[in-house]
Design a protein around this ligand. Structure first.
Ligand SMILES: *Cc1c(COP(=O)(O)O)cnc(C)c1O
Length: 440
């Protein structure tokens, strides 16, 4: 082993051979030096063996990756539509195009009618008003910041009432008691874990009450001896001094009841009830990461003028993608066809079975079988959508999963009963050939 390590070349020797091979003409010297160091470090770990193809070739392989980004497109073959690790909602083609355009100079804060300064929120306000029926709207970077901002604007140093059944954690350290605390409002808990009644709220309202908060239990459900107060009854408790905020989570803007997906609150219902309504842009809405607040004009303007609003304002790419996504909602069938999250969730079992058959024919030794996709993203936690899976039986699932991940673009699949399964629900047709190329 000591003998082998003595054979490891020096950094300088490799730099010289790199120069002789003309590598500096393609790749910056600094990058090559760092590739030499990491190649040599890796070799020492393995006892100093010369890499396959020689030292310089290994350096070159590493250096050629220098512009490769770690955030990349992947093929989602998991069937989890809102996969948090894979960036939740993929946006529509129109939204992608709008993002590209927005990254040039744009009309972000220019009123093109009169050439004067405009507001970045203006691109979204009218659409959100039209679609949700609210008087006014404000967009932030995500729903967590929207909630923090709203409570801080309405109830700083005063009380926020919330049911003990809704003091929830929503993944990634988003905990309601902590959010209320950070908004500098005093948390007033009412009811019990499983049951909260209207009278619990009524009795808790006092001189210091500024906000009643209702939070959708996005990622779990309560069954059995449970009671919660409907948003219509709760919103009726709002008055001049007391706002009712409803954090509905996933931003469902059209009912999916007809597709067997029930239980998620519709944004429009909470708005109609009179609640200030908060939701995410990248869950069921199917757009970019964003937090959306809709409600009464006076409330939204109090929120918009809070200095904290500037700290959580959305960037131009978000606004562009959200505007393009929301515009599809002006017509339900356009939304269902154009927004990937909605079209994937509402795809018919027959259509999925046919697509699965087509994929299976491209993969050697593959077969189809019934299975279930899931919505993901903490929405419709109880629902599983019937699907047709395409299964392959490689020697080692672990090894095959690694090969799939190493592909460009990486392919993310599931292992089920010692087989690898692909769910076409979350795949595009043009990704079938790319998968076939890896599997054959
Ligand atoms: C997902 C969720 C949030 C957080 O939304 P982000 O946009 O990820 O910040 C807040 N509240 C509820 C009820 C949620 O479901």
């Amino acid at each position: 082993m000591t003998d082998m390590r003595q054979k490891i070349p020096s950094v300088n020797a490799l730099l010289e051979s790199a120069e002789a091979a003309g590598l500096f003409e393609e790749i910056p010297r600094q990058v090559i030096t760092s590739s030499i160091r990491s190649t040599l470090d890796a070799a020492r770990v393995w006892g100093g063996t010369e890499p396959e193809g020689g030292w310089l070739a290994a350096v070159e392989r590493d250096a050629h990756q220098w512009r490769k980004t770690s955030l990349r497109k992947v093929i989602n073959a998991t069937g989890v539509v809102l996969h948090t690790n894979l960036g939740r909602a993929p946006v529509s083609e129109r939204a992608k195009q709008a993002v590209l355009d927005s990254l040039e100079y744009s009309t972000l804060e220019l009123d093109i009618e009169n050439g004067r300064r405009g507001s970045r929120q203006s691109h979204l306000k009218e659409l959100l008003k039209e679609i949700t029926g609210a008087e006014d709207a404000l967009v932030t970077v995500n729903a967590a910041s929207a909630l923090l901002l709203a409570i801080n604007s309405i109830a700083a140093d005063r009380d926020t009432i919330i049911s003990r059944g809704e003091l929830v954690e929503i993944g990634g350290s988003f905990r309601l008691p902590e959010i209320i605390n950070k908004s500098t409002s005093n948390l007033v808990e009412v009811g019990t874990t499983n049951r909260t009644h209207l009278k619990d709220y009524v009795l808790a309202i006092g001189d210091d009450t500024r906000c009643i908060l209702k939070v959708h239990r996005s990622n779990f459900i309560q069954k059995g001896f449970v009671t919660e107060v409907d948003i219509n009854e709760l919103a009726a408790l709002s008055s001049d001094g007391v706002e009712v905020i409803h954090d509905v989570g996933s931003g469902l803007l059209l009912s999916l009841d007809n597709f067997g997906l029930t239980g998620e609150p519709l944004v429009q219902d909470s708005v109609a009830a009179g609640a200030t309504t908060i939701f995410s842009g990248d869950k069921l809405l199917g757009g970019p990461q964003a937090g959306i607040i809709v409600g009464k004009k006076t409330t939204i303007s109090a929120i918009a003028t809070n200095p904290m609003a500037r700290a959580v304002r959305p960037d131009k790419a978000t606004i562009a993608a959200l505007e393009a996504t929301l515009s599809a909602y002006r017509d339900q069938s356009t939304a269902l066809r154009e927004i990937p999250v909605l079209s994937m969730l509402t795809a018919s079992p027959d259509e999925i079975a046919q697509r699965a058959q087509r994929l299976a024919e491209l993969l050697p030794g593959a077969s189809t079988m019934p299975g279930a996709s899931s919505v993901g993203g903490g929405s419709f936690p109880e629902s599983s959508l019937p699907t047709t899976l395409v299964a392959i039986n490689p020697g080692s699932c672990e090894e095959m999963m690694r090969i799939l991940r190493d592909n460009h673009p990486p392919i993310i699949a599931r292992v089920l009963d010692d087989r690898i399964v692909f769910d076409v629900r979350t795949m595009k047709d043009d990704e079938f050939d790319q998968l076939a190329a890896v599997c054959s």
